[in-house]
Design a protein around this ligand. Structure first.
Ligand SMILES: C[C@](O)(CO)[C@H](O)COP(=O)(O)OP(=O)(O)OC[C@H]1O[C@@H](n2ccc(N)nc2=O)[C@H](O)[C@@H]1O
Ligand SMILES: Nc1ncnc2c1ncn2[C@@H]1O[C@H](COP(=O)(O)OP(=O)(O)OP(=O)(O)O)[C@@H](O)[C@H]1O
Length: 290
């Protein structure tokens, strides 16, 4: 096989707690991760010409070593002294710097695709060990589905599949730096810790409303302090029938879970009409693992 196209799926954090800080400044987390059916397409091909190169439909993204796709390819090419060339084509659809792990998922897709086309024979676990060197969310992007993430996000435990429900995604027209958000969390007094164990019990019981009542993201207050529009979008979704609405990751994307498609569509129209978000999209929970 000389070429492979891989779906790089986006994630949302349905629960995010921080329990400590490592000596290197990285935060220890307890998060519940969930894949949603929104994806970039990453095509990885082998070429006779040595070296790594990429093209992308997103003109605003770098195509040099600052792109996580190139970082991922280089990591494997160096370690395994790959002499064939690697070409990457990225078709970007996940909002960038949005809290949906778009870049991390692209990197995961490159690791997965290169392992196949160059016949490296690495297991999923071995790919994950390399993935964390690129970003804390990369190992999870290799795994997918419903998972508990601990450590800095790389210690993963599979959870029972989250119930399928309609999901609304809305991103305000701002970019948020993950580093900024984690750093500023340290200055918040008595942050509210979500009950991750209660959430796991709700997922196991398949009770969406109970899950909604326990969901929380400790990073929300930091990002909302800087960008109050996030709180406005959350509120608008709630007023329009969302079971729960929350910020994903370090933000600024807000997602809402709904009981039915009709309510979801009503909320979508309300968010669009408000002009608070530049990307408003319906999606679903995606549970297939790699
Ligand atoms: C916010 C989340 O997306 C939630 O899933 C992740 O925790 C962040 O994952 P990520 O973007 O893959 O993170 P990285 O690219 O490894 O790190 C970006 C920056 O976030 C901070 N960071 C990240 C992960 C973590 N557990 N603690 C941190 O403090 C670090 O300052 C780091 O410089
Ligand atoms: N392939 C890529 N796709 C998106 N962003 C990339 C990529 N490669 C590098 N980047 C850079 O990484 C930064 C973060 O992008 P990304 O979309 O992964 O953020 P995010 O959704 O906030 O991720 P997370 O949820 O993991 O914090 C952007 O500023 C972007 O310039």
């Amino acid at each position: 096989m000389d070429e492979m196209t891989v779906k790089a799926l986006a994630k949302i954090n349905i629960g995010l707690d921080v329990t400590g800080v490592r000596e290197d400044g990285y935060h220890l987390v307890r998060m519940i991760m969930q894949t949603v059916h929104m994806y970039d397409l990453v095509t990885v091909s082998k070429s006779a010409e040595a070296g790594i190169s990429m093209t992308s439909n997103a003109k605003y993204l770098p195509t040099n070593e600052d792109n996580l796709c190139i970082k991922a390819a280089k990591l494997l090419a160096d370690e395994f002294s790959i002499t064939d060339g690697t070409q990457i084509r990225l078709s970007k659809r996940i909002p960038v710097a949005a809290g949906m792990a778009g870049g991390s998922s692209d990197a995961a897709a490159v690791l997965y695709g290169m392992n196949r086309i160059h016949g490296l024979g690495l297991t999923k676990k071995e790919l994950m060990e390399r993935g964390v060197k690129i970003g804390a969310d990369v190992p999870y992007c290799l795994m997918r589905g419903t998972a508990l993430a601990e450590g800095i996000g790389e210690e993963l435990t599979e959870l029972p599949q989250m119930m399928r429900c309609p999901v609304l995604i809305a991103k305000p027209p701002i970019s948020v730096s993950t580093k900024y958000v984690y750093e500023h969390l340290d200055a918040i007094e008595d942050p509210v810790h979500p009950d991750i164990d209660a959430m796991i019990a709700d997922i196991t019981a398949g009770d969406l409303h109970a899950l909604g009542s326990h969901m929380g993201n400790i990073l929300e207050d930091v990002t909302i302090q800087k960008y109050p529009v996030i709180a406005q979008i959350k509120e608008l979704m709630r007023q329009n029938g969302a079971v729960v609405s929350m910020m994903s990751g370090s933000g600024p994307t807000v997602f809402g879970f709904f009981d039915d498609e009709e309510t979801l569509q009503r909320a979508k129209r309300a968010v669009e009409a408000s002009g608070l978000a530049n990307r408003v999209q319906c999606t679903t929970i995606y549970n297939n693992r790699r």
